[in-house]
Write a protein that binds this ligand. Structure first.
Ligand code: MG
Length: 328
């Protein structure tokens, strides 16, 4: 099991939960980096006594540790991913943008250096877990589940006037603002489809997105013989974070136990590409490789920041990302 970690993006949602997990498991925090919330960064430094506490991720990477947790939000996380993978170090990756913007490059580098990339994104952690023991058997499809976000069931027109507060009210998951808005537009699932392509080496037509409102089945893998192996659990990010740190072992976790009888039924539906056109943009970007996927990722990051700042409406996110993709 991991003895020491570097946590990049320690003041964000994944970062703070990673530190909770480290405290519970007795894992030493060797270095932390945070960006906006320097007050929290100082508090974390006082509590965890890392050798380095910095606002500069690459500075934190100068420390020695078993695992680097990259929980930086957005493209800003890519440099740290490349540095970690380039050194052949184990990377617990929560920064999906690294694989969306430069997945071809990151995975090629990992093959060269032998760096292990353990996904922290709940869906990808699920797929990673389902693939354990697959022993080289052919994967027919990945079933990538989506909660559908707060606006599932509405038409595009009905979503035009939604507020920032409404977009930030996710029904199941406790996450940062950027990914919560991405979840409301379902761009998050588009980015995750690209992330899954890169991590597991499958073309988009073999990744099937299904809306699963309960967020209990975190994703599944269908094998050649038709057997489908799924990973289930309560929607608590501490589970995939912990697994990335204890892998290949498992440890007790503070997350609530999954009580299937209390949940009663699990439902699955097709995603609505008309109501959530950002999903379609992700499939369009894939044809253009890292360059187009990077453009999608960057345009979305800017659009979400503008939406959060009240400068554009909810539908403006799709409008502006679509216009920017059109240009390339
Ligand atoms: Mg996810």
């Amino acid at each position: 099991m991991t003895k020491s970690v570097i946590v990049l993006g320690s003041t964000g949602s994944i970062g703070t939960q990673t530190l909770e997990v480290c405290a519970a498991l007795g894992i030493r925090v060797a270095a932390i980096s945070g960006y906006r919330n320097t007050k929290l960064l100082s508090e974390q430094a006082a509590r965890f006594s890392p050798e380095i506490a910095t606002t500069e991720p690459l500075e934190a990477l100068k420390c020695d540790a078993d695992v680097v947790v990259n929980a930086i939000v957005g493209r800003a996380g890519l440099a740290a991913t490349l540095e970690t993978v380039g050194r052949g170090q184990r990377l617990a990756l929560a920064n999906k943008e690294s694989l969306v913007c430069a997945g071809e490059r990151v995975m090629a580098l990992a093959r060269d250096t032998g760096a292990e990339i353990i996904p922290v994104d709940s869906e990808h952690s699920a797929i990673f877990q389902c693939l354990r023991g697959a022993d080289g058997n052919r994967v027919k499809r990945i079933i990538l589940t989506a909660s559908g976000g707060p606006f599932f069931g509405r038409t595009r027109g009905e979503m035009r006037g939604v507020t920032v507060a409404e977009a930030l009210a996710h029904p199941n998951w406790r996450m940062g603002a950027k990914v919560t808005v991405d979840s409301a537009t379902m761009m998050n699932k588009g980015l995750e489809m690209i992330e899954a392509m890169r991590l597991f080496g499958l073309p988009p037509e073999r990744i099937r997105i299904l809306v699963h409102r309960q967020s209990v089945v975190h994703s599944a893998v269908e094998f050649e013989d038709g057997a489908v192996i799924a990973q289930l659990g309560t929607p608590d990010m501490r589970l995939p974070i912990q697994y990335a740190l204890t892998y290949p072992e498992r440890r007790e976790s503070p997350a609530a136990a999954l009580e299937l009888a209390e949940i009663g039924s699990l439902t699955f539906e097709e995603p609505d590409f008309e109501a959530f056109p950002c999903l379609r943009l992700a499939y369009e970007a894939v044809a253009g490789g890292d360059a187009a996927c990077g453009a999608l990722c960057d345009a979305n990051e800017r659009a979400v920041a503008r939406f959060l700042a009240g400068e554009i409406g909810f539908d403006g996110i799709y409008e502006s990302v679509s216009a920017e993709l059109e240009k390339i």
